[in-house]
Design a protein. Structure first.
Length: 276
């Protein structure tokens, strides 16, 4: 079998590179990982409307965090009827107000990282949307998301941010830092049931923000549970990739609605004949 990615365990001194996206893809379905990152690695895929929206919102967040013009974050964004863009400015301003008299202390914006992980014997890489300094001294890792916030999505986002935490602490510029909080900003969130439910909890350990029309954001402390869960899954995923383990993890909803390889996987599951 010819591998089109840069990694093949059969090749001496080959290095595995793991990003947040490739990690979460393998976790969701090893066969999808194989198709995306090995078999069809060189194939350019058209950008979906959701991906295009993500790029647009990420660029706006990057621009507004780099803009030191006096005034609110909302005032630095383009005047628009797009409620998601308006919500992005509102949420940033709400968080800014909560961060104390000096507001949000921005440490990094859309920073790219590539670090070697001795324990996993692989390279971890990724782009962190934002790194802020919490008023109490620790760092906040920021993730910008489009779409609604739900309990299951937040669990996944915590795992992604825990991956970034591990990656960041391996970088010499951040090795001595303490990462104390995660922030998830979702300006396109129009169904706020889950977020509203957090506001009604008796014991508040997180800060929750809602835009006037739409949008939601959550800033919460890092927990040992989120770290240990990610560590377990990351070790298992790296082992699976190195062992060429590509089982189909069939999910009736995700596979039929969102995956490009549904037909080949469905055929394999029906016939028992491997498609790879």
């Amino acid at each position: 079998m010819t591998f089109k990615s840069s990694y093949d365990p059969a090749v001496e001194n080959a290095n595995l590179r793991v990003s947040k996206s490739s990690f979460t893809t393998y976790l969701r379905c090893p066969r999808q990982y194989y198709m995306d990152y090995i078999a069809l690695y060189d194939l350019e895929k058209p950008k979906s409307p959701a991906a295009a929206r993500g790029t647009e919102i990420h660029q706006l967040l990057e621009d507004v965090m780099k803009d030191d013009t006096p005034g609110t974050y909302l005032s630095r964004l383009p005047i628009t009827a797009d409620e998601g863009i308006v919500a992005l400015g509102e949420l940033m301003d709400f968080i800014e107000e909560d961060m104390g008299p000096d507001g949000i202390e921005i440490v990094g914006v859309e920073q790219k990282f590539s670090v070697w992980d001795d324990e996993l014997a692989c390279e971890l890489r990724g782009i962190i949307d934002g790194i802020w300094r919490h008023p109490e001294g620790g760092l906040i890792l920021v993730e910008l998301k489009t779409g609604n916030l739900t309990s299951s999505k937040m669990s996944r986002f915590r795992k992604e941010l825990a991956f970034y935490r591990r990656m960041l602490l391996l970088h010499p510029d951040y090795a001595t830092e303490e990462i104390t909080h995660y922030a998830v900003i979702a300006p396109d969130c129009v169904d706020a049931k889950f977020v509203t439910s957090l506001l009604n909890q008796k014991r508040q350990t997180r800060d929750v923000y809602l835009g006037q029309i739409q949008g939601a954001a959550i800033v919460e402390p890092v927990t040992n549970r989120s770290i240990s869960g990610m560590e377990r899954d990351l070790h298992a995923s790296v082992d699976g990739i190195k062992n060429h383990d590509w089982p189909i993890n069939w999910n009736e909803y995700f596979c039929t609605q969102w995956c490009d390889y549904t037909v080949s996987c469905d055929t394999e599951l029906m016939t028992g004949v491997s498609s790879i």
